[in-house]
Design a protein around this ligand. Structure first.
Ligand code: NAD
Ligand code: TYD
Length: 363
């Protein structure tokens, strides 16, 4: 299957989802139906570049709402589902796990249920073309010691409420394939970074705090390791797996970019020192502040991406250095986007007042 007519993308107003929507509209002929309930993490302003395209549609729908999701399928007749909608932030899952269980587990179940009924009724050719692609995380595999990499065969060992909810949803997707034959794909990706990331995750928190001369919070000693992938490389990989992956298979996606958190923060500070020569906060590394560690903080993640490279000929196009430079440059140039997030003004686009949930979670 190399071309798709209509793709339902769930979570298309989020960080990775909006990159996927921009990629599909910009690089393919497919029509995108963005199904998103617009939680605090959903921002239609991230889709300004494509929202007027005749191949883009938006449905404000909660993936836990069976009738509403079924209605979307009835009206749009998708050839594939690319499922990204989720609660995605580990710290929030520690503070309040219930919405993670609801959206990530019950929401995925609801989508699977609607997809199966819809797929069952398709004509044979459309039935064999249909795909349900579930977008997941390497965090389902747990934490690594100093050596070793996560492969597709690594046993699941999720440690946070977030990763446990994603692991549950992965299992549901797999079961719908084994039991009902639904043609599914699962991808497990490492940490993403890039433009339009909500300022609760490490890289945008550090960039925006450094620009403002605020402390740069590093949990614990900063020696936890993450494996970083530029978001547009992930978006391209997702479309490749959706169109060329083998049904029933799992693919790990990662950039082979392991860095300690302290290294990441120092790299951002050096870039800002270079790109903002007149900043009163140079050297930005002087803003670094070690804070209380995260509960149950996973030590190290690192992905073995050899399967997707070998079988689908995928490799990332950005190095960490080129991707981070682009990202820091983007935040410096796109102040309006993030100022509206920090002030809460971006919620006005969905008819909500700006004094509700705003950009940064209190730490
Ligand atoms: P995000 O938090 O930026 O966006 C999530 C989107 O889902 C938002 O637009 C939100 O409005 C929407 N959403 C939430 N609950 C919903 C519901 N009940 N119904 C409909 N829409 C809902 O997340 P992200 O960082 O873009 O991550 C996207 C997906 O990729 C997630 O499934 C996440 O687990 C996975 N993932 C993320 C990373 C990462 O580094 N961010 C890495 C690997 C995998
Ligand atoms: P995060 O971006 O929340 O992604 P994840 O927890 O899914 O890997 O965090 C990345 C790493 O950075 C993680 O080890 C926690 C750490 N971190 C900080 O040190 N300070 C921060 O302010 C944040 C948000 C994260």
């Amino acid at each position: 299957m190399s071309t798709l007519g209509t793709i339902v993308v769930t979570g298309g107003a989020g960080f990775i989802g909006s990159a996927v929507v921009r990629h599909v509209i910009g690089a393919t002929d497919a029509t995108v139906v963005n199904v998103d309930s617009l939680t605090y993490a959903g921002n239609l302003e991230s889709l300004a570049d494509v929202s007027d395209d005749s191949r883009y549609r938006f449905e404000r729908v909660d993936i836990c709402d069976f009738e509403a999701v079924r209605d979307v399928f009835r009206r749009h007749r998708p050839d594939a589902v690319l499922h990204l909608a989720a609660e995605s932030h580990v710290d929030r899952s520690i503070d309040g796990p219930s919405v993670f269980v609801r959206t990530n587990i019950v929401g995925t179940y609801t989508l699977l249920d609607v997809s199966r009924a819809y797929w069952d009724d398709l004509e044979p050719a459309a039935r064999s073309r249909f795909r349900f692609h579930h977008v997941s995380t390497d965090e389902v595999y747990g934490s690594l010691p100093a050596e070793g990499l996560f492969t597709e065969d690594t046993p699941y060992h999720p440690n946070s409420p977030y990763s446990a909810s994603k692991a549950s949803s992965d299992h549901l997707v797999r079961a719908w394939h084994q039991t009902y034959g639904l043609p599914v794909l699962i991808t497990n990706c490492s940490n993403n970074y890039g433009p339009y990331q909500f300022p609760e995750k490490l890289i945008p928190v550090i960039i925006l705090n450094a620009i403002a001369g605020k402390p740069l919070p590093i949990y614990g000693t900063g020696d936890n390791v993450r494996d970083w992938l530029y978001v547009d490389d992930h978006a391209a990989a997702l479309h490749l797996v959706l169109t060329h992956g083998a049904a029933g298979e799992t693919y790990n996606i990662g950039g082979h970019v392991e860095r300690t958190n302290l290294d990441v923060v120092r790299s951002i500070c050096s870039l800002l020192d270079e790109l903002c020569p007149d900043s009163p906060f140079r050297p930005h590394a002087s803003l670094i502040s070690f804070v209380t560690d995260r509960l149950g903080h996973d030590k190290r993640y690192a992905i073995d991406a050899s399967k997707i490279q070998r079988e689908l000929d995928w490799k990332p196009s950005e190095t960490f250095e080129s991707g981070l430079r682009k990202t820091v440059g983007w935040y410096l140039n796109e102040r309006v986007w993030w100022e509206r997030v920090l002030s809460g003004a971006y919620r006005q686009m969905v008819g909500e007042s700006s004094n509700g949930e705003t950009g940064q979670r209190a730490v």
